[in-house]
Design a binder for this molecule. Structure first.
Ligand code: AMP
Length: 234
């Protein structure tokens, strides 16, 4: 069953063709065996493509990663603005925050697969081996909160990453980040002076994915998102 709430919600798409994802993405998806969109993709891709903030209750295995990465990578390819290479401070256009390095690696692998053959670069950061990769240019940063070198707080503190160009902010498995005690840290990042504001003050698009619905997640959604849609797949 699918539940949707929010003002002016978009219509679900039936096929990937309806999403107009362009030749590079279409090729890469065909090569990876993506033929039919999953239920969460049918609903979420048009929402993300329409620029809406979104909170989605969807589990790992539902295809949620592609549901947000495909429309974001598509926009990055269309806008074709290359990341600055060789810059010490990288300002990715998309930042994906995930609770664990395993999920960060998987998400980065998907981003890399979708962006193959384009100028869009994804970098995964969870330890200090990421620094060299970052400096080759970074459009999509997939990373984790928490202490230790190479995690997002450390990259921000060392001036290796800035939120200045963060048009797309994704909080993946937000319920796990909450359980792991990372929410105060994430709230701090929202207050970072470089972080683009949510609408209407700014143009940040924020997507929050969670495998369970709790009051606390709903409260964070109120805080981080604007005029958002809610999507629940059960
Ligand atoms: P996720 O829920 O994002 O972790 O995705 C679960 C798995 O399904 C991943 O291995 C994806 O590569 C794969 N997958 C996601 N969407 C599709 C699709 N539309 N067609 C085929 N495989 C998919």
């Amino acid at each position: 069953t699918v539940f949707i709430s929010g003002e002016n919600h978009t219509m679900a798409m039936k096929t990937f063709a309806a999403a107009n994802l362009g030749p590079i993405l279409t090729d890469n998806m065909t090569r990876s065996g993506y033929r039919e969109p999953t239920l969460v993709q049918k609903h979420a891709i048009p929402m993300v493509a329409a620029g809406r903030d979104l909170i989605a209750w969807a589990r790992t295995g539902s295809g949620k990663t592609a549901a947000y990465l495909l429309p974001i990578v598509n926009k990055l390819i269309e806008n074709n603005n290359e990341a600055e290479t060789g810059e010490t401070m990288q300002a990715p256009k998309c930042v994906v925050i995930t609770p664990t390095r395993e999920l960060a690696i998987q998400t980065h692998d998907d981003a890399r697969k979708f962006a193959e053959g384009s100028m869009v670069k994804s970098v995964v950061a969870y330890d200090d081996t990421c620094v060299g990769q970052l400096q080759k240019g970074c459009d999509i940063l997939v990373t984790c909160p928490g202490p230790g070198p190479g995690k997002l707080p450390d990259l921000l503190e060392k001036g290796l990453v800035s939120f200045a160009n963060c048009k797309y902010l994704v909080l993946d498995e937000a319920n796990r980040m909450l359980e792991m005690g990372f929410m105060p840290e994430i709230e701090g990042m929202m207050e970072d002076p470089a972080m683009p504001k949510k609408a209407p003050e700014g143009n940040r698009q924020t997507l929050l994915f969670s495998s369970s619905s709790t009051d606390e997640i709903q409260e964070r959604a109120q805080e981080f998102l604007t005029d958002y849609l809610c999507l629940a797949i059960q």
